[in-house]
Design a protein around this ligand. Sequence first.
Ligand code: OGA
Ligand code: MN
Length: 200
Amino acid sequence: METVLLPKSWNVDQVLDDLDQHGFALIDDAYSPEYVHALAEECASRLNQFREAAIQNGVVSKIRSDHILWINEELQTAQQHIRYLNALSDQLNQAFFLGIQEVEAHFACYNAGEFYALHRDNPQRKNDRVISTVYYLHEDWQDGWGGELRLQDKYDQWHIIQPKPNRIAIFQSDLLHEVIQAKHQRLSITAWLRSGNSIW
Ligand code: OGA
Ligand code: MN
């Protein structure tokens, strides 16, 4: 893998410590205004390609109503975020021997009224998602707009995390969480740091 330096704003030691202590961590002011803007533009230019996340292989689920677009090589700006997450994975692997091998990601759009009910990204550690990350990329967000991430930490304490612009929420994929109904369009990138096997 090529060497990618993490943004200076990322306090990796703090992230490692918080993940270790609580099972989740936050990075605020993750990126430069220029990059945030480019990412928001890339997302906006593709909004017409987003598909209902609840429909997979023709099967409709009621637990979520957001719309998503999987990130591939064409989405050049989002690829940079994925490169940073790969570099973060190297650090997580060194610290916790997680065996993370790849990053899988999609844009998500929650329009007013949309939500994602309580779930785990890796129930009973059945898949190879080890760490979940969510980057909030709307450029403006106000308290009262709903759309909070509600997350149970590794000691079963609940936390309400505001989808603050330019914030990255990072958490163990086996933790229970939900997205409260949004009252305003909420844009994000969910990315999973995945291992080749399902051992945590
Ligand atoms: C998910 C998810 C949380 C969020 O995409 O699986 O739980 O805050 N997202 O968007
Ligand atoms: Mn989730």
